[in-house]
Write a protein that binds this ligand. Sequence first.
Ligand code: ARG
Length: 484
Amino acid sequence: MRHMSQQALWSGRFAGGMAESTLDFTTSLETDSALAFFDVMGSLAHVRMLKKCQIIPEDDADRIIEGLKTIVAEMENGEFKLDFSLEDIHTNVEFRLTELIGPAGGKLHTGRSRNDQVATDYRMYLRESVLEIVSSIDALIDVMVKIAQDHGNTILPGFTHMQHAQPVTVAQHYLAYAFKLSRDADRFMDAYNRMNKCPLGAAALAGTTYPIDRKMTAKALGFNGPTENSLDSVSDRDFVSEIAFAASQTQIHLSGLSEELIYWSSQEFGFVEMDDKYTTGSSIMPQKKNPDITELIRGRTGSVIGTLMNMLVMQKGLPLSYNRDLQEDKKALMDSLDCLLQCVNIMCPVLSTIRFNTDRMRAAVENGFINATDLADYLVVKGIPFREAHGIVGAAVRYCIDTDKKLEDLSLEEFGKFSDCIGEDVYNCITVDMCVERRNSLGGTSSASTDEQILTVIEQKMVRYENVRQENQLLEACWNELLE
Ligand code: ARG
């Protein structure tokens, strides 16, 4: 419940104030107050431009600048009070400004509209969120690289259809996730770069009659340049969809990883044990140690994916240009990005403290005829076509099942029943270690290959690290300059 409406920015045309229920229904302040800092930065860039282009008198511009700086200081020490009778953050900032400096504050809104203002503020907000998420993803990639470095020779079963397929290493396994996450981080940066243009100056929808300098404001706010079309600038939220997708895909990767850790830590698998610090107990069963963190990561994936649908459907069928529907672009996405960030951040210590039960992995790999492909490959080297070799090994596997043996247990005589090409050298080719080491094709599971992959994924991360560092530095410099 909020109190009676103060004057809205647009009250002139209206005979009476809006109903309390209208304000309650249309307000966005609870959400867009998160844009407060960026709103003031946008205003500072705008007023400096108005001053330079001589659109408003210099002394008024200077008074506005001082007032806006005071507002930033108030925000920083928690003194800036939100007035919920005012419908959004833009109105709150402008009212406070006028309170501080008098009627000159009213000149700030020359040549702009809340439509271009909110599109600009939100892009600035999302830029910072994206940079933070990318840094966190890269920290998680670091954890995975460390696991890969420590476990280049730790062998476990590789699965397809959840069935033993071929042996792989823990290094290869976690590098798979590292590359997935590396693409996720790149996707965020791609979205960042496309989003990084400034809508300010598009005004309500059609541009403005004032001789504004949009390149100046874009530069002052750290954008790559101004957006190209005013109608497009205030009407599109495709950047929101892209970021919602990047978030969903990352969360899906974390969810798959979580699911795997959950059953890997079950009694049946026992491949890993999570550190006590990152598990929880049961109120009734004293023996329990539950993987709740990973379950919650998996569980929260629903709402992140839901946000992507939310954003897409919210935009469906919107005619040009600004429509109030677009106000719904914030809450769910902001919440989802917070959720994703938390999930990535907690996954780092969960993984870095995990204990791999290498004996259990090794024992598992000895079962399920995981070296069958290698026996077939051995026959191919002896000149047998792969398709035929496949059939020979299939028959040998069936024989082993019937006689309760493993392929490596068969004598040369037994092998002879299936093919006369099999010699003493077969045993060396079908040890689990050889199965791994001989898979040295590019991207394969051999230690030589995983060493190479480690270098590649680190390189990808370093490129991003440098981009993120430069962007953060640029934005920091912009804020400092605007507050000078
Ligand atoms: N609160 C709006 C939004 O988030 C911005 C204000 C534009 N409002 C308007 N009536 N044109 O999209």
